[in-house]
Design a protein around this ligand. Structure first.
Ligand code: AMP
Ligand code: GLY
Length: 417
């Protein structure tokens, strides 16, 4: 099987790594990719938001399957263009990707499907905003309605900050604050059958102790030793399957990866958000534990064959990933700095720990930082403590001037396990 992966983050590096280990994959391509992905896949330049260009590349490569990693191409309709061209694609249509692309749309689908989520108001004027903020009280949760790479959400006790964020967006969703630990649960679906993966936990805030601004995610771990063993089944039946059924009922079936961001509150499970693609950095830890070869799973989702897929096999190992970000992330990051120590990780920590690249590029043999989240150091171990130790040992070898990472990824879960 010839596979083309679209994207350039650590998530796409994790996808490419798993696909490169799958004996069914005879050729692996990625566009646009990054310096790390270049070690496992052949890179191509393409405007990932241009459906015609992506389809032309898929045709030129004779791709049997295209996997679209990030949300922006999905929301732009790249999967539709591929389907029209007759290429199997893992990723939802533009219409179905609105589950991620519009928070207001997602709320509407959840209401219709009876999926538990935070109570919310969609607001466009300052008066509506004030009314909603007062109705819920602090802490205030204000979300930009559109795509914002995980940075469009403000959770604050300061009503002026909540108003200011609302004023900076065209349309916001203001919702009830959800208390309790967060879980990311991914499911692969062909629009009908839903196959959940293993749950993970992400660390959204920039700084240790869940301080600082929201980011795209600073680290993750799986499994969740503290979670109810029935969690995956509960979420399948109360969230994932009803949502997929509702999308099909509307004539806009969702196929690809449905990501449920959940809060486990005292009153039960609530959906915080849906995403229409694999999460980053959770994918790094989920795929580190998946033993079933990946290409067949993604192909079954792309071609309507999930009902016949063998149950997924999972490693009992734990996995931890720690994101190394540029100076000033999640603000405008500093880029162009050399990254060293990557060879030392490969020589001393593999195969238990490895570096997945995000914002990197290679220039004259040197790997340079090229984005906010630069790389994601992933490690496995017999438990979270061992996986964590291995991940942080490898992080310590990576040198990037001004870089930042959290030092408490999976710390509490490892201590409590
Ligand atoms: P989202 O982009 O909707 O996932 O929001 C980003 C982050 O903001 C989430 O992972 C939560 O940490 C936080 N957040 C979002 N919605 C809520 C809510 N209703 N209550 C509490 N925290 C929230
Ligand atoms: N880790 C959060 C996300 O992928 O949206």
């Amino acid at each position: 099987m010839k596979v083309l992966v679209i994207g350039s983050g650590a998530r796409e590096h994790a996808l490419c790594r798993s696909l490169s280990l799958d004996p069914a994959v005879t050729a692996l391509h990625c566009a646009p990719g990054n310096a790390g992905i270049a070690e496992v896949a052949e890179l191509h330049q393409v405007d990932a938001l241009d459906g015609a260009a992506v389809s032309a590349l898929a045709a030129e490569l004779g791709a049997d399957l295209v996997v679209v990693g990030p949300e922006a191409p999905l929301v732009a309709g790249v999967a539709d263009a591929l389907r029209e061209a007759g290429v199997p694609v893992f990723g939802p249509s533009k219409e179905a990707a609105r589950l991620e692309g519009s928070k207001a749309f997602a709320k509407d689908v959840m209401a219709a499907a009876g999926v538990p989520t935070a109570r919310s108001y969609v607001c466009t004027t300052a008066e509506e905003v004030d009314e909603a903020l007062n109705a819920f009280g602090a802490p205030y949760v204000v979300k930009d309605d559109g795509l914002a790479a995980g940075k469009g959400v403000v959770v604050t006790d300061d009503i002026e900050a909540a108003r200011a964020h609302s004023a900076a967006c065209d349309r916001v969703v203001i919702e009830e604050y959800l208390d309790g630990p967060e879980v990311s649960l991914f499911a692969v679906t062909d629009g009908e059958t839903v196959v959940p993966l293993q749950p993970a936990q992400d660390f959204k805030r920039a700084l240790d102790g869940d301080k600082g601004p929201n980011t795209g995610g600073m680290g993750a771990y799986s499994p969740l030793p503290w979670a109810d063993p029935k969690l995956v089944d509960d979420v399948l039946h109360s969230v994932l399957q009803p949502t997929v059924d509702e999308m099909r009922r509307r004539g806009t079936p969702f196929s690809g990866l449905l990501y449920a961001g959940l809060a486990i509150t005292g009153r039960g499970i609530r959906v915080i958000e849906f995403n229409a693609r694999f999460g980053d950095p959770e994918t790094q830890v989920v795929l580190a534990r998946l033993q079933t070869p990946l290409a067949g799973v993604l192909m079954a989702a792309a071609t309507g064959g999930l009902a016949h897929l063998e149950p997924l096999r999972w490693s009992d190992d734990a996995a931890v990933t720690v994101v190394v970000a540029s100076h000033n992330y999640p603000g405008t990051p500093r880029t162009g700095d050399p990254i060293t120590g990557l060879d030392e990780v490969a020589a001393q920590d593999a195969p238990h720990a490895y570096v997945l690249h995000a914002g990197t590029r290679r220039e004259d043999g040197t790997v340079l930082s090229a984005g906010g989240r630069v790389l994601s150091v992933t490690a496995t171990g017999k438990d979270l403590t061992e996986a964590r130790d291995r991940a942080y040992t490898a992080v310590a070898r990576v040198r990037l001037d001004g870089s930042q990472h959290r030092s408490d990824i999976a710390a509490r879960a490892a201590a409590d396990a």
